[in-house]
Design a protein around this ligand. Sequence first.
Ligand code: NDP
Ligand code: 2IT
Length: 449
Amino acid sequence: MTELHDLLRPVFDDVVARNPGEREFHQAVHEVLESLGPVVAKRPEYVDAAVIQRLCEPERQIIFRVPWLDDRGRTQVNRGFRVEFNSALGPYKGGLRFHPSVYLGIVKFLGFEQIFKNALTGLPIGGGKGGSDFDPKGRSDAEVMRFCQSFMTELYRHLGEHTDVPAGDIGVGGREIGYLFGQYKRITNRYESGVLTGKGLAWGGSQVRTEATGYGVVFFVDRMLAAAGDSLEGKRVVVSGSGNVAIYAIEKVHQLGGRVVACSDSSGYVVDDAGIDLELLKVVKNEQRGRIADYVEARGGGAVLGASGSVWDVACDVALPCATQNELDEAAAKALVGGGVRVVAEGANMPTTPGAVRLFAEAGVQFAPGKAANAGGVATSALEMQQNASRDSWSFEYTEGRLAGIMSDIHDRCLATAEEYGQPGSYAAGANIAGFTQVADAMVALGVV
Ligand code: NDP
Ligand code: 2IT
């Protein structure tokens, strides 16, 4: 790991001591603090006012029991979480993740990242994250509904359009948001659309929210390539995952003239040299809730299931990790560099390990961190909140234009900030410093609260 500035090392040691065993949270904090050396050197008041210590301590952490009945009438018990991390810029905002790997350390890493990402959007949203160790795989619609209703029966008291506004993440899409919103509406007797984002278009959702994260990543890559006098036209692209973010990243790459030749899920990966058949992938994944092998079978000829290794062994110009944290390690980075990769942009949150990030830097590969590259999802959530507040609904074209503008602004701000702090070309440093200074200035102005 990169050494921290002398003023920051004790802050990090304290975070590790106070949050034992939360490996992913430590990793996310370290990654941000690595960039802040030049900032505290210039602005020691951030350390004096304990701004960084306060930023690393969530404002509120809620952990609750989620009991529910499965289809055989047996009682199941899961654990629910909501970490309301920072509200200096606006109501807590961030997704809910349903996955068996969820524990407090995952929710805290995601909530911490969300603070800076949300600041980068330039929109008035604070940072939070939540979820459960519930595994939706293999569960019926009725089971998912009963789980969501039980989850919301506890969580509703902590939410509100001015307080805390969840959305989706891994394992939480339109179906789950519907059941959660229905239960919130029933308990509170309020049609408070702005309490959740990622809603369906018929009941307060925004155009482009479903596509926003994946589209946003590709808009960001398009700006990176343009800054180097290049474009996506004719590029070979590899995407990991085949969920919400991956699917719409693939769609936008194809619209902009690139070709996605491989994607994956937790059971394996597919190589499809002619380009992934996206309509088929959507049917297999969204309608049939199938596995990646089902895509290969339905495609019939052409596409092959990866026999060994990982999706990162497939040669490409651009790699978009869009599945989960720490999915792209040093071995994967070596394989990608060997295959000629030139740009890596994170659709997922923290998918690239610190060692892999270092290898990309050494090899001159352009790297965009998730808190910048995948901010289009939460930015469009904030646009959904704007529409809900004004009881309005915007067209697809207008909303997509707003998203493209926001991604372009984030791109330019990362580069300008990196330059200003002596690290030209580092999107990671630019994102961390720009996000941090915006939140830190607000925290200083609001006093010790
Ligand atoms: P989905 O649940 O729609 O899809 C997740 C995909 O990643 C699936 O293909 C899944 O495979 C794979 N995956 C998940 N966990 C693992 C794992 N432990 N190992 C291997 N593969 C895994 O989630 P999203 O597309 O919404 O989220 C993907 C990433 O993007 C996450 O990191 C999320 O935090 C991030 N993100 C999401 C945003 C959004 O708006 N949805 C916004 C910004 C970031 P399988 O089906 O086999 O589990
Ligand atoms: O990681 C993320 O930014 C999300 N899962 C989206 C959060 C949101 O509130 O739209």
